[in-house]
Design a protein. Sequence first.
Length: 297
Amino acid sequence: MIYLVDASVFIFRAYYSVPIEMTDSAGNPVNALHGFARFLGDLIERESPDYLAVAFDESLETSFRNEIYPAYKANRDPAPPELKRQFSLCRRACRAMGIVEFASGRYEADDIIGTLVYKARSAGRPVTIVSRDKDLTQLLSGQDTYWDAVADIRYSHADIEEKFGASPERMADLLALMGDASDNIPGVPGVGRKTAARLLKHFDHIDGVYANLENVPKLKFRGAASVAERLRQHRDTALLSRRLTGIACDMPIDVEVEGLRRASPDLEELDRCYDEAGFGRMLRNQARRIAGETADR
């Protein structure tokens, strides 16, 4: 099993759940670093993954999706400076813990994970995607798992439709039709999750919906005729949204599956990192337990 971690989810959670009063000797907050390092250590101790990679988001403004739609994620406030500086510290901690990490100025963490999923699939290896981002469910095949590690709930391919309203194969189309306010993706006004799910059940994907637009008013749900008209009026927006919701699984990453094998922690580098952050024994002791476990594999 290959574990692929969506870093931002857990870094943001650590920043807002660990007291910001946790600072280094210069007074810089290190709360997100502490929470994220603890999360990774707990994951390794619990799961003992042989293969583990972490994907970071490098920018909200330079993704290829911003070239397609400049308003993409424009509704989001930038990360606070006290958090932004900690992202590089989290990447450093990953490397010191023996975990391969990735980031890109053009592709998002979702795309990094998507590309690694397809590399793993080509090698016949199942993956566990560790995130809370429903967008990533579109990557699942029959052998894969989506793990919401905050709620500690795992979903198989077969569970996704009941939880999110569409099968993994239809998730990008569902999000394109209904829109995604968190990413500023417009979708079709007036089409919510239930309506989008009904349309996809009948027509399979968004191209099928538009190829059969004249049949939408015949569907047996209230307001079907008005939905057909909204789909007609907002066709370009829907198709634009579909370009935004799909995860790129072919970005250039010069690594194969064996390159994701977890190494033993570099304890000297971790000690330097934790010394600079002013951390005590807890994370260091965890790292030494992990180093001993890795040596015994």
